[in-house]
Design a protein. Structure first.
Ligand code: ADP
Length: 407
């Protein structure tokens, strides 16, 4: 029976939709009419394709409408394959049809492919295919295809996915920040705990000494005690200032704002500042400068602290011999090496001396209040400048500390 409803035209084989409706559903003419209306109403594309002849037998108008053509336009298999189907999807489409030749009666094949709208933009379709008719020998003759435009659905899913990915990245960033803060808090609480411990011993010595002083009558013993208190106070104030520097360094989150500095000039000034400490020992202090040493970029206060710590250590851990501060430039770097002929450092200690609160065993017994923070401070400062500090040492013979600044 031919379908004559003017709103529902099957251009290629006008009698097939009716047969489709009748054959499959065994409906009366009233029901056929309803089925035709339903096919007309649906925005999905419904079509029957002849697999053997590679020919689109019939379809409703949805494809034409969805692709921006008037409902009288006829989009046949040639136009689909050679004009509107995305070139990259031709093989997907062909493969799908080929697969359907071997499908079971109840099997539903599914693919998605892109078709070009009349406005030039690509639309994404999801297609479900089922066997409609077989030849007498059982081979597949025709398939029924239902295609749905899922462009918006796909785009909003992609947008949602992108939104989710963005939110996830933001949350990951926030979580990382919180973890970093937590780590910093833990480090700070460890630091505060350690500093409390480091301060306790000298404070006890001071308190006890003050108590004893009140009871002492011998002026010589009093002088001795006073000297102890004086030393402890001096070292305590050094310790507190070191803790202060380290906490300040820890709170620097932005790169430092550097100024141009001459390392040779700074070292010359420091040598003058330390003249009395050097003179108290049998030490020779040598400055060996490269004349054409390029200036470094750095924070004046921090660079002076780093230089002072390394030079003071060299003086402190050497009783006699020579301390040499040598500057050179090589491979776009300015290098300072401070060599001493002091007590040296055991290899097992050398690996740890840049760690916070690390003190070598002999130093712990020393009356000097040393928290093992000086070199940790230097390391921190050098890293803030994009540079480094390393140490080499031979126990009993001396040490070399090398500081490198990038140019
Ligand atoms: P502190 O701030 O307590 O002086 P540092 O961090 O400066 O500690 O040094 C850590 C340890 O490294 C010291 O306890 C000391 O034993 C050792 N050290 C540092 N410099 C020298 C040096 N030039 N010669 C020998 N030992 C050194």
């Amino acid at each position: 029976m031919a379908v004559s409803d003017s709103d529902f035209t099957f251009d290629a084989a006008p009698d097939l939709p009716a047969s489709l409706v009748q054959d499959q559903l065994d409906l009366g003419s009233e029901s056929i009419h309803i089925a035709q209306k339903l096919l007309q109403l649906t925005s999905d594309v419904i079509a029957i394709y002849d697999l053997a002849h590679e020919h689109l037998i019939c379809q409703n108008h949805s494809l034409a409408l969805l692709l921006g053509y008037t409902n009288t336009d006829h989009i046949d298999e040639k136009i689909i394959l050679h004009v509107v189907l995305h070139p990259d999807d031709i093989s997907i489409f062909a493969g799908h049809l080929e697969q359907m030749k071997f499908a079971g009666d109840e099997e539903i094949g599914e693919i998605t492919y892109r078709l070009q709208h009349a406005n030039g933009l690509w639309r994404l379709f999801s297609v479900r295919t089922m066997i409609y008719k077989r030849h007498a020998d059982g081979s597949v003759e025709q398939v029924l295809m239902v295609a749905r435009d899922i462009t918006e659905q796909h785009e909003s899913a992609a947008r949602l996915q992108a939104d989710n990915a963005l939110k996830l990245a933001q949350l990951e960033q926030a979580a990382e920040k919180i973890a970093n803060e937590r780590e910093k808090m833990q480090a700070l609480s460890h630091f505060v705990g350690r500093t409390g411990h480091e301060l306790r011993t000298p404070l006890t010595i001071i308190t006890t000494s003050l108590y004893l002083l009140k009871k002492m009558n011998d002026p010589l013993k009093q002088a001795e005690r006073l000297q102890i208190v004086e030393n402890q106070v001096a070292q305590l104030s050094r310790l507190i200032s070191q803790m202060h520097i380290l906490m300040k360094l820890d709170s620097i989150h932005q790169p430092i704002t550097p100024v141009t500095l001459s390392l040779n000039t700074l070292l010359t000034k420091l040598e003058q500042d330390m003249a009395s400490a050097i003179a108290r020992k049998e030490l020779i202090f040598e400055l060996d400068f490269a004349d054409d040493l390029p200036a470094i970029q750095g924070d004046l206060e921090l660079v002076v602290i780093a230089l002072r710590n390394v030079l003071e250590n060299a003086i402190l851990y050497s009783d006699s011999g020579t301390i040499r501060a040598q500057t050179t430039s090589r491979n776009n770097q300015v290098i300072l090496s401070v060599t001493d002929t002091g007590i040296g450092i055991q290899p097992e200690d050398l690996a740890h001396i840049f760690e916070r609160f690390y003190k070598v065993e002999t130093d712990k017994k020393n009356a000097r209040v040393a928290a093992g923070l000086g070199l940790a401070i230097v390391k921190c400062i050098m890293e803030l400048h994009g540079g480094s500090i390393t140490a080499e040492s031979e126990f009993g013979r001396g040490s070399v500390f090398t500081l490198v600044w990038p140019l």
